[in-house]
Design a binder for this molecule. Structure first.
Ligand code: PGA
Length: 254
């Protein structure tokens, strides 16, 4: 069975003490209320990874970085490497987020480099893909997503691919309050799984977790997660509210 995952992408939010409060609040709620078969991952700003590690030691969530640099190490002021993230005990890294593509000029060639580096440091990449509004309106959403996963993921070996998580995040749904309908999400997730099956075989496709992201919240998570190919969510805004985040963790069909 593939993993069910709920991941919280905090983006550039929270001061140290606020981050501490949020981590403890999440941990506390998870201890009381949490299905055992759901993997919970938090992605705080890198500055707080060690804090996440300390809080998660006794509690049942994993943590990861929101980004890594595409180089192993060296003169890249301000950047954070895969080795650093690994050395702090993180297990995951978000790569290819639309905000990195849009504001930091990342394309799938750079993202592919980062994915290889992450895998070589035992980090699980959460690879984000998704079309812009105009692309959906023009009916190009399938071809856009297909070329994103082709360029970033299909240069991997089948064995490497086993350690990948995919997040479908339509850009028009991120931070907008406009969520994909459950039908739109299911349709695209099934399409992505078919692309993976065509490249790496049915077994690999059946094993890869595909998360939905984009204005997923406590009110709509259950109807999204009820779909056969939606294996959880990558949550932005709602991951900053502990009650909502843990409610999302508990939104899988029983
Ligand atoms: P959102 O962000 O839930 O605030 O729309 C999701 C994401 O960017 O990962």
């Amino acid at each position: 069975m593939r993993k069910k995952i709920v991941a919280g992408n905090w983006k550039m939010n929270k001061t140290f003490s606020q981050a501490e409060d949020l981590l403890f609040s999440i941990a506390d709620r998870l201890q009381k209320d949490r299905p055992e078969d759901v993997t919970v991952v938090v992605f705080p700003p890198a500055l707080y990874l060690e804090l996440a590690k300390d809080v998660s030691t006794d509690n049942d969530f994993s943590f990861g970085a929101q980004n890594i640099n595409e180089h192993e190490s060296g003169a890249y002021t301000g950047e954070i490497s895969a080795a650093m993230v690994q050395s702090i005990g993180a297990e995951y890294v978000i790569l290819g987020h639309s905000e990195r593509r849009q504001y930091f000029g990342e394309n799938d060639n750079v993202i592919a480099e980062k994915i290889k580096l992450a895998l070589s440091h035992e980090l699980t990449p959460v690879y984000c893909c998704g079309e812009a509004l105009e692309e959906r309106e023009n009916g190009h959403h399938f071809s856009v997503v297909e070329s994103q996963i082709n360029d970033a993921l299909f240069g991997l070996e089948e064995d490497d691919f086993k350690r990948i998580v995919i997040a479908y995040e339509p850009v028009w749904a991120i931070g907008t309050g406009r969520t994909a309908t459950p039908e739109q999400a299911q349709e695209m997730h099934a399409f992505i799984r078919n692309c993976v099956a065509a490249k790496f075989g049915k077994q690999a496709a059946d094993m890869v977790s595909i998360l939905y992201g984009g204005s997923c919240n406590a009110a709509n998570a259950a109807e999204l997660f009820a779909n056969a190919d939606v294996d959880g969510g990558l949550i932005g805004g709602a991951s900053l509210k502990p009650d909502d985040f843990v409610a999302i963790v508990n939104s899988f069909p029983k």
